[in-house]
Design a protein around this ligand. Structure first.
Ligand SMILES: NC(=O)c1ccc[n+]([C@@H]2O[C@H](COP(=O)([O-])OP(=O)(O)OC[C@H]3O[C@@H](n4cnc5c(N)ncnc54)[C@H](O)[C@@H]3O)[C@@H](O)[C@H]2O)c1
Length: 320
């Protein structure tokens, strides 16, 4: 049975991934500083610790280390660019270095399609230029470069460039594009689309967990960078699906406000490499995300609680 460490595993993606890994009977441990609290299944071994305080001795005996930590969106990165570069560039490089030193066999890095920046209507693959010019995207690419350069025959490194992850997690976020639209439709009966022509790869959180599982299960000799997403959509398309589905679910018309706000991110990606090499095939759509959210968030009384918005929690942590 593989022994897996999830660094940052108490976050939005990690909390759901842990549930999936438990079902597959992997032995899992989470190291996390619990910026957003702890919503993990009590069956999971949790060590509350800053990753910078972990060294190779703590990592001995693990087969796989997964990096899901760091500063996970643009507002956090722009609020504190220095903390962003420390957490997103230095932290994964440090942890992968210590992992290799400890004899870990594989390091999986939670990268982002944000590295592509602003593209002009082309389908980007992993060899396309990375033109991001803002703190979050730059730092995710730096983190990726830091971990990838350690790959060799004994140490596999897989970087998953994820699209925008959406859907329900026991550690919920309502600051991700579809989750925000869902929340606004539910609470205010209307949604806002800031720029309908902008492209985004969207990733149902359960497809995202599947991508990590395929990376865990890939043959030992596989290393590389992989785009992973459920599909590419314009924000206008997403707004249409949210409006139609939420109108049906709530039995009232959900209005869509269209703005023309400039965005510095616009990209759509090819996931062929992940399909062919990792055997990753997404199975969910935006409609599935809406239904997943609708079914699972009924127990949340206040969807506007600060704890669901990373930037609000991050500011209160005094990380500057
Ligand atoms: N959510 C998305 O849409 C998305 C898209 C692309 C890439 N990613 C990347 O995937 C990863 C996970 O994203 P998420 O949405 O689950 O993030 P999240 O913000 O919900 O969780 C991050 C977790 O990491 C922990 N953490 C951060 N720095 C730490 C440190 N130094 N020591 C210990 N714990 C630390 C936090 O306490 C938190 O539990 C991130 O690296 C993010 O950049 C996320």
């Amino acid at each position: 049975m593989k022994n897996i460490l999830l660094a940052g595993g108490a976050g939005y993606i990690g909390t759901e991934l842990c549930k999936r890994l438990l079902r597959l009977d992997y032995q899992i441990t989470v190291i996390d500083d619990l910026w957003f609290g702890n919503n993990l299944d009590p069956a999971i071994k949790l060590i509350q610790k800053d990753i910078f305080k972990v060294n190779y001795k703590d990592l001995e005996g693990f087969d796989i280390v997964i990096f899901l930590a760091g500063v996970s969106n643009d507002p956090m990165a722009e609020f504190s660019p220095s903390e962003n570069f420390i957490q997103n560039a230095a932290c994964p490089a440090y942890l992968s270095y210590e992992s290799k030193r400890a004899g870990v066999k594989r390091f999986i890095y939670g990268s982002s399609c944000s590295v592509y920046g602003y593209t002009v209507d082309e389908l980007y693959d992993e060899n396309s230029p990375t033109t991001c010019a803002y703190p979050y995207g730059i730092s995710k690419l730096q983190g990726e470069n830091g971990v990838m350069q350690l790959a060799d025959e004994q140490f596999s490194v897989i970087s998953l460039r994820q699209g925008t992850v959406c859907g329900y997690s026991d550690r919920m976020r309502f600051d991700l594009v579809i989750n925000t639209m869902f929340k606004n439709a539910l609470m205010h009966g209307e949604i806002t689309v800031n720029n309908p022509s902008i492209w985004r790869p969207i990733f149902h959180i359960q497809d995202a967990c599947t991508a990590y599982i395929r990376a865990i299960q890939a043959p030992d000799n596989i290393s590389g960078v992989f785009n992973v997403a459920s599909d590419n959509y314009t924000l206008g398309q997403i707004g249409d699906v949210v409006s139609v589905e939420m109108s049906k679910l709530l039995n009232k018309e959900i209005k869509v406000h269209i703005n023309d706000v400039k965005d510095f991110r616009n990209y759509k990606v090819s996931i062929q490499h992940a399909k062919l090499t990792l055997g990753f095939t997404p199975i969910y759509t935006v409609k599935d995300i809406i239904h997943d959210l609708f079914q699972k968030t009924s127990n949340i009384t206040n969807l506007e609680d600060e704890k669901f918005y990373n930037i609000k929690v991050f500011k209160s942590l005094g990380k500057i």
